[in-house]
Structures are given as C-alpha cells and as structure tokens.
Design a protein around this ligand. Structure first.
Ligand SMILES: NC(=O)c1ccc[n+]([C@@H]2O[C@H](COP(=O)([O-])OP(=O)(O)OC[C@H]3O[C@@H](n4cnc5c(N)ncnc54)[C@H](OP(=O)(O)O)[C@@H]3O)[C@@H](O)[C@H]2O)c1
Length: 291
C-alpha cells in the first residue's frame, strides 16, 4: 500500500481524494494550521520521518478575487502559499525521493483572443503576469518552481472548475448558480465564454492512474468538449429542477479576470493514462443523479 502525504485534504478537491481513496492508499492529510505551507518547520519533520512514497499537493490560496488585491506583492498570502509553499514542499519531496504530484489550473494560460484555449498538456504557462490573474500567475510560477527542481521527474495535473455532487464547505462552479436559482437570485450568464469543467470523480481516477503507474509529465483532467456558462447552467437547471428557458444570457467583455477562450484539452492525458473523460452533458447527468 503506497503511503501518500496530502496537502489541502480539507478542500473541495482534496477532500474527495481523502474520502474516497483511504482504503486503497495509506493517506496522511494533516490540515492547516497543523501544517502551514509557508512554515517549513510545521511539516519538515513529519515528511522526513514518514518518508511517503507520494506527496500530493492540492493546497493553495484559491480566492481569485482576493488574490487580485495582492497583485505584485510577493509577501502576500497568495504568492507565499502558492509559490514559496510549493517550493518548500518540492524541495522536501526531492530530498526523500517521493513522487511529487502538483495540482494546477487552466488559469496558468491567458485564454485570451491572442492566446486562446483549449490548451494542450504540453503548452507553456504564461510568463507575463499582466496577462493572467494574480492567482493564475502564482500558480504558473509554482509550475515553474516544480519544473526547475524536479525536471522530467515532475507530475503536474491541471484542473478547470472542479465540480462534485456533494461538498458542504463551499459551493462549486455549478452548485453556486443552482443555489442562486433556487433563491431567485440567478444573474445572466455568459453565452460567449468558452469553458470546460473537471468532474472531481474523474480527477480521482486520473490521480489513481498517475500514482499507481508512477507517471511523470503534464496532465489535464477536464471534459473533452467545450461549453459556455449559459449552456452548462441551463442544462443543469433543466435536469435538476425540471425548468427550461429560465436563464438569461449575457456577453463577456475582454478582461484578465475572466478567460474568454478557456478550457483544457485531454487527448494526451487520455492516451497516456488510458482513461476517457466524460463529456459535460454526462457529467451533469451524473451529478444530478447523486445530488
Ligand atoms: N476550485 C477551482 O476552481 C480550481 C480550478 C483549477 C484548479 N484548482 C486547483 O486545485 C487545487 C485544490 O483546489 P480547491 O478548490 O480544492 O481549493 P480549496 O477548496 O480552496 O482548498 C484549499 C486547501 O488548501 C489549504 N490551505 C490553504 N492555505 C494553506 C496553507 N498555508 N498551508 C496548508 N494548507 C493550506 C486549505 O486549508 P483550509 O481549508 O484549512 O484553509 C484547503 O484545504 C488547488 O491547487 C487549486 O489551485 C482549483
């Protein structure tokens, strides 16, 4: 049984892994503030003593709006957690020769008209911070830190809008607008923004393949087909609440905050890991069946 040290095990994505894979793996997931990525002394000893086979790094500063108020501030929490915290952890992983799996995001790409998605696994994260959100830039820097320390012995798994049927601590990309709809507060949704979503159950499957096969490289977990927020939420409300034609459309003007042409491609991941990601209609059908 592989021993896995998980960071961010209380979060939206990490908690799914901890809940669903603790019979298959020996999982250690000490939570913040017991471990604080920005304070190496809170996890150095435990990692050196336990010598896990795998370090699975979900933890991050994920509040995209709050992060924007820290733009260019390298002493701010977003940079310290996402970049310096990752650096602390990767160095330790290298020292004990653990398989390091870094969880990243499509936000490392601009998704603009000049550099549109959906992006391939081999595409290079943006280096110009003004083309990304500050959160996205810190995650792009974190990928560069992982690459520079581990080289070819790195594993990076990028996600985009992770969704799951149940998680009470935070509403995800689909359950938030559904909740607003239930309260009669749903705002109009972009019908000209290109997005994909990550089904958290299938993120788990991809991770299982990566862990069991000790696979290195860049991977994506995402629906293979593109959609728009308008299309996704309209279908979700129809399936979950039986109501059609209630969502209003809006248009997205270009901004760094929202990628107009986002999304991730999964062909290389599917080929290497031998899995097939479900298209978005099927993801929503499965979510609604398990709400
Ligand atoms: N959600 C998205 O839309 C999205 C999209 C693409 C990629 N991702 C990536 O997927 C990963 C997981 O995201 P998520 O949505 O599950 O995030 P989340 O729900 O916000 O969870 C973040 C986790 O990190 C922990 N954490 C925060 N600061 C920490 C610190 N200083 N030291 C140790 N742990 C700390 C949090 O602990 P507390 O809860 O105790 O604060 C929490 O367990 C992240 O790497 C994120 O960048 C997310």
């Amino acid at each position: 049984m592989k021993k896995i040290f998980v960071t961010g095990g209380s979060g939206l994505v990490g908690s799914f892994f901890v809940e669903n894979y603790s019979k298959k793996y020996q999982i250690m997931a000490p939570e913040y503030p017991q471990i604080d990525l920005t304070k190496k002394e809170t996890f150095e000893n435990i990692i050196k003593e336990e010598k896990p086979d795998v370090i699975l790094h979900f933890a991050a500063y994920t509040d995209v709006s709050q992060a924007e108020s820290q733009r260019d501030d390298r002493s701010g929490a977003c940079w310290q957690i996402n970049v310096e915290g990752t650096r602390n952890l990767v160095k330790l992983a290298k020292e004990i020769n653990a398989h390091f799996i870094h969880i990243s995001t499509d936000y490392v790409f601009p998704g603009s008209e000049e550099d549109p998605g959906p992006h391939k696994e081999s595409d290079t994260p943006e280096v110009n911070s003004s083309k990304l959100t500050w959160y996205g830039f810190t995650k792009a820097e974190a990928e560069r830190v992982v690459n520079s320390i581990l080289g070819r012995k790195r594993t990076i798994l990028r996600l985009v809008y992770p969704v799951r049927a149940k998680y009470s601590a935070k509403l995800d990309y689909l359950r938030k607008p559904l909740s607003l709809f239930d309260q009669g507060k749903l705002y109009p949704l972009f019908n000209d923004q290109q997005v994909t979503i990550s089904f958290i159950d299938e993120i788990g499957l991809a991770l299982q393949k990566i862990i069991d096969g000790k696979v290195y490289g860049n991977f994506h977990a995402s629906t293979p087909d593109l959609s728009t927020p308008y299309e996704l939420i309209s279908y979700l409300i129809e399936k979950a609440r039986g109501v059609k034609g209630v969502v209003k459309k809006s248009s997205l003007s270009p901004s760094v905050r929202y990628q107009k042409f986002g999304g991730l491609k999964v062909e290389e991941t599917e080929k290497i890991l031998g899995i097939k990601f479900s298209p978005w209609h099927q993801v929503i059908d499965q979510l609604v069946a398990n709400f």
